[in-house]
Design a protein around this ligand. Structure first.
Ligand SMILES: *Cc1c(COP(=O)(O)O)cnc(C)c1O
Length: 502
């Protein structure tokens, strides 16, 4: 057994925390019927040391961004600077309650207000909501806004959303959840949206197109301006899936390319923990004509009329710069309504704000440049070796590229075997079997935060594994050898969950 459960470690009567003596009289609960029998909740009993060691041992079983290179394509698993955590943990942020009055939380509102403006500036849009909890919820928010825009104009025929076949699964799922119909668009031979297929699909029943740029093949849409123009000419709107913003942040702005609405994945581009490491945030940016439909409330500026009593206090000089306005919660006139309780995942917003301010306008383009350079470096190393085919390899990739686990001289070896074997080399496997349009896909996204040494070690490992595949394929078939759990039956593991040893 790798590590017993806390229940197995439990020893009756042992306990960790010692509670301070009561400084108020003991009072019984008002209704004894609310009490549960003492043995009804069988909690484990352990000392503090038992608990700490248990969880530290468990944490060592994890591959994480803090322990290993994590080239998970489409996910942007970059390093999360620890300063983000420090700032999010400041008591003035961490101990706020969402029901506190706006008068008492002007500092937090200012952070949100500035983040709305910063994200609009970075993306080239006019207004931003910070409310959605993740990219997928941002998509739903954006598509509901698109739908409402058409309905508001009395344009009720528009019930279809065009989605390229390279799209993330959340795009068609979002469309369906919004009550609209998915029309799939094929990709052309260079990995772009097929323009002829787009033209053929466009008519007055199309609400819009959902486009990821760069797309999930790691390719910048070569005709993006023409694509957005064609959709607009047909009366549709263009949704931008912003999950790949890391490739272009500070360099190109989706708003300038003709997109009408997009979501950000703050947990990808702006370095807040995700993938089991914490909640995300999926703010949505829109052009001016869609701003009235944003979910509320947003942070807005309200002018304070210079009237009534004006009192001075010792801190007055501190307030002077805010004289004349205050920040308030505001719901736009034609809002689609609320998408999430309160104001979104505030702690995540603080982290993203910290990260953006740390990099500043000069630093943001370096993120994109290095992310693209790092991906192209690994791609070039694999091309020089020649073992792995690379989908659309003739093109320069953006922040990620898609290799294929199809190795000459190793017909029985598949992408899954290569991914598992990488764990023996202490690398988190890349994304596998996505995007769906590439056979045996191995999708690599190194991000900008990795050193040349790490990139080389990863390329070396992939090349070495290709050699093993030809010479000792069993090494791959039985991998991982060093992980605490060996090859699992993944379907059974997902379908027949065993959550306790009861
Ligand atoms: C990650 C991702 C999403 C979904 O975002 P979540 O924040 O995980 O909900 C959508 N589209 C693409 C291309 C993605 O990579």
């Amino acid at each position: 057994m790798i590590e017993p459960t806390v229940y197995e470690l439990s020893s009756p009567g042992r306990h960790g925390p010692r509670l301070p003596a009561l400084d108020v009289p003991l009072a019984p609960l008002p209704d004894a019927a609310l009490l549960r029998p003492a043995d009804a909740l069988p909690l484990p009993e352990l000392s503090e040391l038992d608990v700490v060691r248990h969880f530290v041992r468990l944490s060592h079983l994890n591959m994480s961004i803090d322990t290993n290179f994590y080239p998970l394509g489409s996910c942007t698993m970059k390093y999360n600077p620890k300063v983000n955590e420090k700032v999010a943990g400041l008591p003035g942020f961490a101990q706020l309650h969402p029901l506190q009055d706006a008068e008492m939380t002007q500092g937090a509102l200012q952070l949100l207000f500035e983040l709305q403006i910063i994200l609009a500036e970075i993306s080239g849009f006019d207004a931003v909501t910070l409310q959605p909890a993740a990219g997928a919820q941002g998509e739903l928010t954006g598509v509901l806004i698109m739908r409402q825009y058409h309905l508001d104009r009395g344009d009720v025929k528009r019930t279809k959303i065009l989605v390229p076949d390279s799209a993330h699964g959340t795009n068609p799922a979002t469309t369906t959840m919004a009550g609209l119909q998915v029309v799939e668009l094929p990709s052309d031979s260079r990995g772009n949206v097929d323009l002829d297929a787009l033209k053929a699909a466009l008519d007055d029943t199309v609400a819009g197109l959902m486009l990821t740029n760069p797309n999930t093949l790691g390719l910048f849409e070569e005709h993006v301006v023409e694509v957005t123009r064609l959709v607009h000419e047909a009366g549709g709107l263009v949704y931008g899936d912003g999950a790949n913003l890391n490739a272009i942040v500070g360099v190109a702005r989706p708003g300038d390319l003709g997109f009408d609405v997009m979501h950000f994945n703050l947990h990808k581009t702006f370095s807040t923990p995700h993938g089991g490491g914490g909640p995300g945030a999926g703010p949505v940016a829109v052009v001016e004509k869609l701003a009235p439909f944003l979910p509320g409330p947003l942070v807005a500026v309200e002018k304070v009329e210079a009237q009534g009593p004006h009192y001075h206090d010792e801190d007055d000089h501190h307030h002077d710069e805010h004289d004349g306005y205050r920040l308030v919660w505001h719901t736009p006139s034609k809002s689609i309504g609320r998408m999430k309780s309160y104001y979104g995942n505030f702690g995540v917003l603080v982290r993203a704000y910290t990260y953006i301010r740390m990099h500043g306008a000069e630093g943001l383009p370096r993120i994109a440049e290095n992310a693209v350079l790092n991906a192209n470096y690994i791609k070039a190393r694999l091309e020089a070796d020649g073992s792995y085919p690379i989908a659309y390899g003739e093109r320069t990739c953006m922040h990620e590229f898609v290799a294929q686990g199809i190795l000459e001289g190793a017909p029985d070896v598949h992408t899954m075997d290569i991914a598992k074997r990488l764990m023996d080399y202490n690398f988190h496997p890349p994304t596998v079997y996505f995007p769906l349009i590439v056979k045996e896909a191995l999708m690599v996204e190194p991000t900008e935060t990795e050193s040349k040494e790490t990139l080389d070690a990863f390329a070396d490992a992939l090349i070495q594994i290709a050699k093993e595949a030809r010479e000792q394929p069993a090494l791959l078939k039985d991998a991982p050898h060093t992980a605490p759990m060996k090859r699992l039956d993944e379907v059974r593991a997902a379908r027949e969950l065993v959550l306790c040893r009861c």
